[in-house]
Ligand binder design. Structure first.
Ligand SMILES: Nc1ncnc2c1ncn2[C@@H]1O[C@H](COP(=O)(O)OP(=O)(O)OP(=O)(O)O)[C@@H](O)[C@H]1O
Ligand SMILES: N[C@@H](CCO)C(=O)O
Length: 311
């Protein structure tokens, strides 16, 4: 039976000031999904590795199968499919774990079915998976995971996705303290209303960030990494957040923020050396706090999801 395997990378959603509307794909860590044609009707998750046995096998709960079901529904198709998921990302980390599974699954099934959709057209199917994973159909992880690079979701109704330029010489340090934060939980601490003053501050920073990407002005990019909407509430859920931020600034970073809904922090730097220095001070801060941490340095992933093998 024909089978296709695809990969989709980790993502940094929000990029500080762009709550639910900005994200970028990062590095070469991600999830792999194999989708095989089957004689049996319906969708089956036949195996999951790398998740410590924690992810659901039920088709209506796993983000791979939820996304594929939305894809098949749009085609009015009811092809039986077997799905194998190889998790490469930690759950509840803020690195777009649920999104990477959905994005890889869609790349694979799209290839298997003769590529009826463009990459951009796959995004709404992956958003349905996010709705199941965290209660909100946000696109700022799934869109960059599928498309690569920096992506703006200008509007959700109707969906308007804009690919943004990736400036050269940008390095990201990802700091993942060993706690787990469910996106649904870190969305529940947010305020439903914001003040006019905060709206003005946030708009200025989003505009600054977009401008910085087009002009490759890395200092402006760093200055624009400010979030007055989500970070003040989510920072309280991340041990050592303010201490870490101070150490990061002293190490010479351009700026930093919470990756997606946390607990991972992303830090942007203009050289690999500074990004490595940020990694070192982060390990020191967490050693002092007594909490384990994984730290890595990566560049923006410009490609996004891709097909690895079609047999
Ligand atoms: N294939 C899957 N991969 C990952 N998570 C999945 C998958 N299928 C279902 N889920 C559910 O999604 C939730 C994990 O998503 P969550 O949004 O908390 O983490 P994340 O994707 O790493 O974070 P973030 O969206 O902040 O980047 C878990 O509750 C998990 O059960
Ligand atoms: N924009 C989403 C991203 C989750 O990774 C949030 O901040 O809740």
């Amino acid at each position: 039976m024909k089978a296709v395997t695809a990969f989709a990378p980790a993502t940094v959603a929000n990029v500080s000031c762009g709550f639910d509307i900005l994200g970028f794909a990062i590095g070469d860590m991600g999830d792999r999904v194999k989708v095989s044609l089957s004689d049996q009707p319906g969708l089956r998750v036949v195996s999951i590795t790398g998740d410590g046995g924690r992810l659901p096998l039920e088709a209506e709960k796993n983000t791979c199968t939820v996304a594929i079901q939305a894809f098949l529904d749009r085609l009015n198709a009811n092809q039986g499919l077997d799905i194998s998921l190889m998790k490469g990302l930690p759950l509840g980390s803020g690195m777009g774990s649920s999104a990477a599974s959905a994005a890889a699954a869609l790349m694979a099934v799209n290839e298997l079915m003769g590529t009826p959709f463009t990459k951009t057209e796959l995004v709404p199917f992956a958003m349905e998976a996010e709705r199941v994973a965290c209660g909100a159909a946000h696109a700022d992880n799934v869109a960059p995971s599928i498309l690569g690079g920096f992506v703006l979701i200008r509007d959700y109704a109707p969906l308007d996705i804009v690919k943004l330029p990736v400036p050269e010489g940008l390095y990201t340090t990802l700091i993942h303290p060993h706690i787990e934060l469910r996106t649904a939980d870190s969305r529940s601490v947010l305020r439903r209303q914001i003040s006019l003053q905060d709206a003005v501050v946030q708009s200025g920073n989003i505009a600054g960030l977009i401008s910085a990407l087009y002009t490759s002005d890395l200092k402006l990019l760093g200055r624009s990494l400010k979030d007055v909407i989500a970070e003040p509430y989510r920072a309280l859920l991340i041990p050592g957040f303010y201490e870490l931020r101070e150490a990061i600034q002293k190490a010479g970073a351009l700026g930093s923020g919470i990756s997606g809904s946390g607990p991972t922090l992303f830090v942007l730097s203009e050289s690999r050396e500074i990004a490595a220095a940020v990694a070192k001070v982060s390990e020191e801060v967490y050693a002092k706090i007594g909490l384990g941490v994984d730290v890595s340095v990566a560049e923006v992933n410009p490609i996004g999801a891709y097909v690895i093998e079609s047999v």
